[in-house]
Write a protein that binds this ligand. Structure first.
Ligand code: HEC
Ligand code: HEC
Ligand code: HEC
Ligand code: HEC
Ligand code: HEC
Length: 191
């Protein structure tokens, strides 16, 4: 009885060691082994989610692309969040749970952000969170959506210069290839 238990543990430890050596999503296997040996290992999110980043990297590698450079394109992470400076923004004692109001939060660090005489509506009122996530994003620049869709979330109205805009959208040019999303020195932030 005791010896068979002992063997079980040795086997588990052995497979744990093997798991720790292998790469990729071995965390899942490692977690299973850990759960076998010790109780109380917290459960992980579903593997699809857990492995997403890994799979994305693998896919890029398969397409012959360099994962290191491309992960940045797929995923952006806010420096203060990564550095666990949660208290720079969060304060449990405040009613909204943040150190200041949402519309003042971003300009605490991104001060002197506006550098043009014309300012985009949501930027002018500190609505950075209309377009950006505060922590991480699967899109570049902490955007809430793909760069192509960042503007159409709000701008559904017909363009005055519709002919020109129809032509560019057919060519799949991004709005931000011409317009600055934040500010500019011309009426429509084209500079
Ligand atoms: C740059 C400022 C900033 C930093 C740094 C930051 N947060 Fe947040 N966090 C926010 C904002 C703003 C919201 C509210 C988002 C909303 O309501 O749209 C939020 C929301 C949250 C929420 C609510 C659920 C959610 O995800 O929306 C949790 C939990 C949270 N933050 C945890 C953390 C933790 C933990 C850290 C540190 C590792 C952290 N935050 C760092 C700005 C920040
Ligand atoms: C505690 C300081 C701090 C606060 C508050 C803060 N940021 Fe940042 N943010 C940084 C730092 C540091 C960087 C990285 C250096 C840089 O690009 O300036 C950064 C970078 C960014 C980037 C560029 C990310 C990239 O991948 O290129 C965006 C977008 C951004 N912040 C948006 C916001 C928004 C939106 C808010 C408000 C919710 C906010 N920040 C509040 C410190 C802060
Ligand atoms: C209307 C949507 C929108 C709003 C509102 C907005 N941004 Fe952005 N932001 C963008 C887009 C789109 C990009 C990516 C631009 C690109 O790739 O050319 C970006 C990029 C950034 C970057 C990284 C590169 C750069 O241009 O400096 C920072 C930092 C940033 N935003 C901060 C902010 C802050 C701070 C606010 C609020 C004062 C804000 N943004 C409000 C859409 C927005
Ligand atoms: C959160 C909603 C929102 C998003 C997202 C948004 N805008 Fe706007 N935009 C506004 C508001 C509000 C105004 C000011 C009202 C107006 O003039 O139509 C405005 C005005 C403008 C104007 C000036 C129009 C004029 O007639 O003066 C331009 C150009 C513009 N936005 C471009 C963009 C681009 C490019 C993007 C994507 C990066 C974008 N917007 C994303 C809300 C938004
Ligand atoms: C090839 C460059 C280019 C691209 C791409 C582009 N625009 Fe424009 N946009 C302009 C120019 C130039 C004007 C000024 C037109 C004028 O003065 O008649 C303008 C004007 C505007 C205006 C204000 C006047 C109007 O026509 O309603 C808005 C809002 C606008 N653009 C939003 C967008 C959005 C949203 C996108 C993406 C779907 C986009 N633009 C893509 C060049 C561009």
């Amino acid at each position: 009885m005791r010896t068979s238990n002992c063997w079980k543990i040795m086997l588990a430890v052995l497979s744990l060691l093997i798991c720790l050596q292998s790469t990729g999503c071995s965390e899942i296997t490692r977690h299973e082994v850990m759960s076998t040996i010790f109780d109380g290992v917290p459960s992980y999110p579903p593997p699809e989610q857990f492995c997403r980043e890994y799979l994305e990297k693998a896919e890029l590698a398969q397409n012959g692309e360099k994962p290191a450079a491309d992960t940045k394109k797929l995923m952006s992470r806010h420096a203060p969040y990564e550095e666990k400076k949660c208290d720079d923004c969060h304060d449990k004692t405040k009613e909204n749970g943040l150190v200041v109001g949402k519309s003042q939060l971003c300009s605490m660090c991104h001060d002197d952000f506006i550098k043009g005489s014309f300012v985009h509506g949501p930027v002018a009122v500190g609505e950075c969170l209309a377009c950006h996530e505060p922590h991480t994003s699967q899109y570049q620049s902490l955007l809430k959506t793909n760069k192509d869709q960042a503007c159409s979330v709000c701008h559904q109205e017909k363009r005055l210069s519709a002919a020109m805009h129809d032509k560019v959208s057919q060519r799949k040019v991004n709005c931000v290839d011409c317009h600055n999303p934040h500010y500019g020195n011309s009426l429509y932030f084209i500079d």
